[in-house]
Design a protein around this ligand. Structure first.
Ligand code: SF4
Length: 471
C-alpha cells in the first residue's frame, strides 16, 4: 500500500469519526438534493433538455479542434489575447507571467476549480503576489488555510460557529455575532478595499462561446464582476471542454447547470466577457487574456474517457453520493471530490497514486441518474478499476484472492461444493441473523455487520422449484 493510498483511507476514517463535519455535509447536501428535485420537477422538458445538452457537449467534443480554432479567432478579433497551455504548470506560469508583466502586487480571484486544478493560488504565492479569494466560501477556505471540499460550496464542511471564530481572528473589523448577515458583512468589509486595489483579476469560465469569442461566468455573489471589472488586467483560465458553439447552446446548459447545482432557476449574475474595455466603455480591463488549458483533457479523449468531458461542474453527483456524504470532499485528496473527482483525479494525478478513488463507490448509480449531461460515472469508475487491475496497481492480497476465486469460478461443480461449505461455516458466526465478526473479514465487520447467508442458496431454491413444477 502506498503512502497516498493510506492517506486516503486515513482521511476517510477521520472524516467518518468527525460528527461536526458529518452534520455540516448532511445539512447542505440534503438541502441541495431537495431543492434540485423540486427544480427538476418544475421543468417539464427536463429529460429532453438533458438529451439536448448531452448532444451539444458530444458534438463539441467530437469537433474540438474546429471549435477551439473558431473560439480563438473570434476572441482575438474582439481584442483578447489567447494563450494555450498543455499542462497545469504551463497554465499557471502563463498566468503568473502576465501578472508580473502588469507589475501586479495584488490579484483578486473569483471561484474557479480550474485555478485550483492548475495550482494557481500556490504559484502566485511563490511569485510573491498576494492572491485574494473573493467568493465568500473561498474566502473562508483561504483564511482557514484549507482546500475547497465541494465544487459549488467550497466551505460546506464548516459550521457557522467555526466561521465566526475564524473571522474573529482574521478580520480587521470582526463580526459581532454568529448571525449570517453579520458574517457576510464582515467578509464584505474585508474584501471591498481589496477589490478596488487589485492589479489583476482572475476568473474561470463556465462556457466559452465559440462564435463570438465571449466567456460566460455565473455567480451568485457578484464577486466575479468586482474581480474582473476594476483591475486593468483580466485573466480567464478555462479548460478546453468549456466550449459551446453559440450563446443559444450556452443557455441550454445554463438552465440545467443552475437547477442541478443549487435548485434555483437562474444564478444572480450571468456575465459575458468579450474582449477588453472599448474606447467608449465606462469601465473594464485594458487587457483581456484567456488561457486555454488542456492538462490531460485530450488524453481523456484518447483513453476512451471522453464522456467525462461533458461535465459542467454542477456538483449534483456529489450531493447524491452516499460515499461523499459520509466522508466529505477533503478525503478524496484531489481538486475535485465525489464521483466526478473519483474519475478526474486518476486522470490528473495518475491512477497509481489515486487507485483507491474508483473503489470509493457503491456503484448504486445515483450520480449518473442526476447528472444533467448524462455522464455514466459508474461505468467510468469500473473502467478505471479494470485499468488499475491490468496495470498491476491492486494490492497483492486482492490479486491473490481474486485469482483463487477465479480458479473456483472456472469449475462450477467445485464452486458450488465450496460455496455450500463456506455458507455453513459463515453461518456459525451469526447472531440473530447478523454477522458482526468473522475471521479474515475484520476490515468489513469493524464498520458494519452483514446478514447471515440463507440456509438454502438461490440455485438450491431454483432446483427444488423446478422439481415441484416437474420441469
Ligand atoms: S459529473 Fe455530472 S453531476 Fe457531476 S459535476 Fe459533472 S455534470 Fe454535474
Amino acid at each position: 500500500m502506498t503512502a497516498i493510498e493510506s492517506t486516503f483511507k486515513k482521511r476517510a476514517q477521520a472524516a467518518v469519526a468527525n460528527k461536526t463535519l458529518k452534520a455540516a455535509i448532511e445539512r447542505t447536501a440534503s438541502t441541495a438534493e431537495k431543492k434540485r428535485a423540486i427544480a427538476i420537477a418544475e421543468l417539464p422538458d427536463f429529460s429532453n433538455m438533458r438529451s439536448c445538452a448531452k448532444r451539444i457537449k458530444d458534438h463539441v467534443i467530437a469537433n474540438l479542434d474546429h471549435y477551439l480554432e473558431t473560439f480563438e479567432r473570434n476572441a482575438v478579433a474582439s481584442g483578447a489575447k489567447v494563450h494555450w497551455a498543455r499542462t497545469a504548470e504551463e497554465a499557471s506560469h502563463i498566468a503568473v507571467d502576465i501578472c508580473k508583466m502588469a507589475k501586479a502586487k495584488r490579484v483578486t480571484r473569483s471561484k474557479s476549480m480550474l485555478g485550483e486544478e492548475i495550482g494557481l493560488p500556490h504559484a502566485l504565492e511563490l511569485a510573491g503576489i498576494e492572491c485574494v479569494e473573493t467568493d465568500l466560501a473561498e474566502h473562508i477556505v483561504q483564511l482557514a488555510g484549507e482546500r475547497p471540499s465541494h465544487i459549488v460550496w467550497p466551505a460546506m464542511h464548516k459550521s457557522r460557529e467555526e466561521i465566526f471564530s475564524l473571522f474573529k481572528s482574521k478580520h480587521e473589523k470582526p463580526p459581532v455575532s454568529e448571525e449570517i448577515a453579520d458574517l457576510v458583512l464582515s467578509a464584505r468589509r474585508d474584501l471591498r478595499q481589496k477589490f478596488l486595489t487589485a492589479d489583476v483579476g482572475i476568473s474561470g469560465a463556465n462556457f466559452l462561446i465559440a462564435d463570438t469569442g465571449a466567456v460566460c461566468v455565473v455567480t451568485n455573489e457578484g464577486n466575479a464582476e468586482l474581480t474582473t471589472t476594476p483591475p486593468k488586467v483580466h485573466i480567464v483560465t478555462a479548460g478546453i471542454e468549456k466550449l459551446v458553439p453559440s450563446i443559444e447552446h450556452a443557455f441550454v446548459l445554463l438552465r440545467l447547470l443552475v437547477r442541478s447545482a443549487t435548485g434555483a432557476d437562474i444564478t444572480q449574475y450571468t456575465t459575458f466577457h468579450c474582449g477588453p474595455k472599448r474606447p467608449n466603455d465606462a469601465d473594464g480591463p485594458e487587457e483581456f487574456h484567456i488561457i486555454l488549458v488542456d492538462n490531460g483533457r485530450t488524453q481523456m479523449l484518447a483513453d476512451g474517457m471522453e464522456e467525462m468531458l461533458r461535465c459542467i461542474r454542477c456538483g449534483a453527483c456529489m450531493n447524491h453520493c452516499v460515499v461523499y456524504r459520509q466522508v466529505g470532499g477533503h478525503a478524496y485528496g484531489g481538486t475535485y471530490p465525489g464521483p466526478m473527482g473519483a474519475v478526474l483525479t486518476p486522470v490528473f494525478d495518475g491512477l497509481k497514486q489515486s487507485r483507491d478513488l474508483p473503489h470509493a463507490c457503491t456503484l448504486n448509480g445515483r450520480c449518473a441518474e442526476v447528472c444533467p449531461v448524462g455522464i455514466p460515472l459508474p461505468t467510468l469508475l469500473r473502467q478505471l478499476r479494470s485499468r488499475s487491475w491490468r496495470s498491476g496497481y491492486e494490492p497483492w492480497l486482492t490479486k491473490a484472492n481474486v485469482s483463487v476465486w477465479a480458479q473456483f469460478a472456472k469449475r462450477p461443480k467445485l464452486y458450488h461444493a465450496v460455496s455450500k461449505i463456506a455458507s455453513k461455516v459463515i453461518r456459525l458466526f451469526q447472531k440473530n441473523g447478523r454477522i458482526r465478526w468473522m475471521p479474515l473479514a475484520g476490515n468489513w465487520t469493524r464498520h458494519r455487520d452483514l446478514p447471515a447467508p440463507a440456509s438454502r442458496s438461490f440455485m438450491q431454491l431454483q432446483r427444488s422449484r423446478h422439481k415441484e413444477n416437474g420441469s
